[in-house]
Design a binder for this molecule. Sequence first.
Ligand code: ZN
Length: 339
Amino acid sequence: MNEKLQSIKEEAIRQIKESDAPEKLNDVRVKYLGKKGELTAVLKSMKDVAKEDRPKVGQMVNEVRAEIETALEETKKQMEEKILEEKLKEEVIDVTLPAKKNLVGHRHPNTIALEEVERIFIGMGYEVVEGPEVEYDLYNFEKLNIPEGHPAKDEQDTFYITKDIVLRTQTSPVQARVMEQGKLPIRMIAPGRVFRSDEVDATHSPSFHQIEGLVIDKNITFADLKGTLEEFAKELFGPETKTKFRPHHFPFTEPSAEVDVSCFKCGGKGCRFCKGSGWIEILGCGMVHPHVLEMCGIDPNEYTGFAFGVGLERIALLKYEIDDMRLLYENDIRFLKQF
Ligand SMILES: [Zn+2]
């Protein structure tokens, strides 16, 4: 019996050593230790063993079983280590491969232009104020000296929510709101989205952005307005930039002017960019109308002020020499990537 057990053990261990895959080890386990396995068969044949020898044979069977199990375990462990090692070798990281890049977005030309304008005015001591895009007719028109019947109130230009509520057509209502609070002096710019019922073309969009500025204090004159906007133009378009004030009319300022800057492409000689004139129109401005001050609770005998408004898209288009406003809103990443 001992001899038989020894030969079973030797044969099992030989087969274990020959195994080259975990599946084969399992076959060996089944062949020797399984329910119908050879070692199990020995246990089953115990009834043929003399009663007094049974404990001894049982012990031997257990010892052989333990040895086979140990051999199986160790070999399995070695095999798994080897498999892991090979896997690691195969999957070695090539540090010279370029890493996957996360697509990082960046600022829209409008945002870049806005931040530039804000930087300039904050540098001159201005506050940046925001207001509602859905606005009362009262603030969008009435308090800005645009009474009932004024062409600017024509439904063609304005999106009405109700009779008294509109999508703001300008950022000027923010000025009226700030003036009403009565905290003087005021030095502010109000950037934001505005809405007009315009057809989309190269220079128009039903939704665009304005930056309006307002200064109210004692002894503010047109000279302050000129100096401020000249400084702004130089900061924005370069120190050589000249400005030209042309008389104009706005309901909420008196006197009013439109401002041209010398063409920053040709320096004023005239080129395709400025359509040969040497000048580019950039904004509208004027001294705040005394009636506007009054309607907002400010005494026009004590305080004066100036206001100006510039289209943000206009600045972005000029600064980046973009010839079609629609490009700013199409969200074509190939276009936006250039800025
Ligand atoms: Zn030019």
